[in-house]
Design a protein around this ligand. Structure first.
Ligand SMILES: [Zn+2]
Length: 268
């Protein structure tokens, strides 16, 4: 066992001047920044559960550790079919609370089920796009002036007494009508009302990064519009499946959900 650990540590030093990891968000759902000089390469993150691939768009790129992960993840940089850099990442521990909520469940008719499936498909597609970098900010801007968390990212949800999925964003309490800001510059790729998330905005920031703002009372931008970081994109509300006015805020990399609080610390 010790020999294996020693080898893992040794392999971790497989340093390559072409690749430099610039962050240590080595937690489940941690977003990370890496500098890679090699062109025609991609990043691969392997865990016991799955393998994720992240394209490299610029000298600075991003990779994410999935929420479902074991104790160690392997980071490979692959160029022309060859692994040019490998690092064994020890995943840091993080505890997630259990969140119990009660909502009035509307009866799901066939049409509604169809609508939800269609909306999920659209969201998945939009959130996994890779486009050119659209932001110049060096860190995420907070989406509200004052942040007061009601439910953190990763909370295990129990809705009306039944175990449901994980909470894939952060919920911030705020009075109805509070201004919501774009977290980085980018292009609005979705601005419409969805069944579960109510009035929803998704912004594409390029390089696979997207932010999502849900349950708004009002959307003040249009699909296709370019926005600056800090620009008002809507107002806090309680539309969709919601128990009261709040902002549900999510950050995604190539469709992979990341913890906004870990992302806020990053120098982009
Ligand atoms: Zn939420």
């Amino acid at each position: 066992m010790q020999i294996i650990l020693f080898l893992l540590v040794l392999a971790g030093f497989g340093l390559c001047s072409e690749v430099k990891i610039l962050s240590d968000n080595f937690y489940p759902a941690g977003l990370n920044v890496v500098k890679i000089k090699t062109k025609n390469a991609y990043i691969e993150v392997k865990t016991d559960h799955k393998t994720l691939k992240f394209p490299i768009y610029d000298e600075i790129s991003f990779f994410a550790i999935p929420y479902w992960t074991g104790k160690i993840a392997v980071l490979n940089v692959v160029s022309e079919g060859r692994v040019i850099f490998r690092k064994f990442i020890k995943i840091k521990k993080r505890k997630y609370p259990v969140s119990k909520i009660t909502v009035n469940e509307r009866k799901l008719t066939k049409e509604i089920v169809k609508r939800i499936k269609n909306e999920n498909r659209i969201l998945r597609k939009k959130l996994s796009q890779y486009t050119q970098k659209k932001f110049t900010e060096s860190s995420f801007i907070k989406p509200l002036k004052a942040l007061s968390i009601s439910t953190p990212f990763g909370a295990k949800r129990i809705i009306n007494g039944k175990k449901r999925s994980v909470h894939w964003g952060v919920d911030f309490k705020a009075p109805e009508g509070t201004e919501v800001y774009a977290s980085l510059s980018g292009r609005v790729v979705l601005a419409r009302e969805l069944f579960y998330t109510g009035k929803t905005v998704v912004i594409d920031h390029g390089m696979g990064l997207h932010t999502l703002y849900a349950h708004l009372s009002k959307i003040t931008v249009k699909e296709g519009q370019n926005v600056k970081g800090g620009q008002v994109i809507g107002k806090v509300g309680s539309t969709g499946r919601s128990t009261g006015p709040h902002l549900h805020f999510g950050i995604y990399l190539g469709g992979v959900r990341v913890d906004p609080y870990l992302a806020f610390r990053l120098k982009l």
